[in-house]
Design a protein around this ligand. Sequence first.
Ligand SMILES: Cc1ncc(COP(=O)(O)OP(=O)(O)O)c(N)n1
Ligand SMILES: Cc1ncsc1CCOP(=O)(O)O
Ligand SMILES: [Mg+2]
Length: 210
Amino acid sequence: MRESVNSWLLLNLVTDRSLSQGRSLVEVVAEAVAGGVTCVQLREKTCSTRQFLDEALALKALLQPLRVSLIINDRVDIAMAVGADGVHLGQSDMPISHARHLLGPDCLIGISAESVQDALAAEQQGADYIGISPVFSTPTKTDTAPALGLNGIRQIRELVRIPLVGIGGINLTNARQVIAAGADGVAVVSAIMAAESPRQAAEVIRRELG
Ligand SMILES: Cc1ncc(COP(=O)(O)OP(=O)(O)O)c(N)n1
Ligand SMILES: Cc1ncsc1CCOP(=O)(O)O
Ligand SMILES: [Mg+2]
């Protein structure tokens, strides 16, 4: 039951333009979706608001006909402007209550949990899903809390009912363990964004997830 209900977040691609090796974001995302990515989170840390908006509009045009969800990282305003499916917020981003007030009941809100306490609070405050962050340490994001590991996923799974997505250091070799520990999905940056063939990379990870 849980798996079919939450299959939209089984394999999340979180974008990072700096890893795309000169390829456009739309090109990499299109490849990755062809390989089986079920949800795309647009994550832009350095570009202008206009550029962020343009990328979001381009990804929405690509993903909506394919019925692949588009989540916007950090920026509630961009999510609202493009009619994205959701927004992903961390512990230092806009609090859920304010985001929900702006976005309404139908827009998905994902919250990063860096501890069991964060996860419990996110569920209690009405998050739609939780990003367990990070599961393993990763060079892709250097300002993370200590890695929670597979045990962290198990602990949170015991206490929280909403969908869980693991992020951080996840690739072909460990994706299956993340699901086995109780996550509903995995979120991946470098293992797909930096791959020579994002399509093949997504395919092999998706196959691991069953
Ligand atoms: C699915 C998912 N989980 C966690 C994060 C991390 O969000 P945050 O802590 O706000 O850090 P930044 O991504 O904004 O640097 C995420 N993006 N996605
Ligand atoms: C955005 C983010 N949030 C927590 S870890 C992380 C980066 C994950 O990158 P990678 O999949 O390359 O380890
Ligand atoms: Mg954030």
